[in-house]
Design a protein around this ligand. Sequence first.
Ligand code: NAP
Length: 254
Amino acid sequence: MGTLSGKTALVTGASRGIGRGIARKLAQEGALVAVHYGGNEVAARGTLALIEEEGGRAFPVRAELGVPGDVEALYAQLEDGLAGSSVGPELDILVNNAGMSGSARIHEVTPELFDRLFAVNTKSLLFLVQRGLKNLRDGGRIINVSSAATRIAYPESVVYSMTKGALDTFTLALAKELGGRGITVNAVGPGFVETDMNAGKRATPEAAAQLAGWSVFNRIGQPSDVAEVVAFLASDASRWITGQCIDTSGGSRL
Ligand code: NAP
């Protein structure tokens, strides 16, 4: 029996990277996991295969976020998947992880980049939660994947950092809003994690060493480093924590 036996979870952006790590960990703890992805079906199948190999249960949900109709498309598939399960149709854990990066200093920012980053990282997330409140059980969990870029100045990606700052503010407000239902709302703030998102930034050994040097542990984070914290926040053990952004950056730039 894992800490999440009998629970249901949706992890957005679970086809790759941190989301895949979170989906695997929640499934290892016994949750039935909806593996959301945007378009990379091969990667999503990879996550599902890993979960199955590890003895877990999961099903896919495909929906591009940041476009009209995204939230409805996602929940239609989620509800179908949960209805056919023994633990559905309600949702216990919502992990908002899907996101995109966008390197641009202030003089490089365009209105298009601004709108796209906010649409995917912030707007879709808010409406995903708004719609999800119908499905989420009292006593449930919402966990938002933010970034250490809300604590550490990162002018190289100024709009990206702003999208995550908005997410931290949303986390705080929502925690108060949902306290009466016993739902906790928290965020995690990773530093550099070894995923496709920053593959270009660590293309040479020198560049990789520089990124590793951000952490006091002198290494780049792994998806499992973040996933373990998310699993704790998803569990009953975290019941007295809400409205927090937990730094999961390996002590980056302390
Ligand atoms: P990743 O490896 O690039 O994976 C991104 C995931 O999000 C994929 O599953 C992708 O689906 C999905 N996704 C992206 N845009 C989408 C869209 N418009 N609609 C639907 N799905 C979309 O990213 P990651 O590094 O694991 O990052 C995950 C989260 O952690 C993000 O919110 C990111 O901002 C945050 N984060 C990452 C780092 C880091 O260093 N990697 C640091 C701090 C915070 P497909 O596979 O279908 O494309």
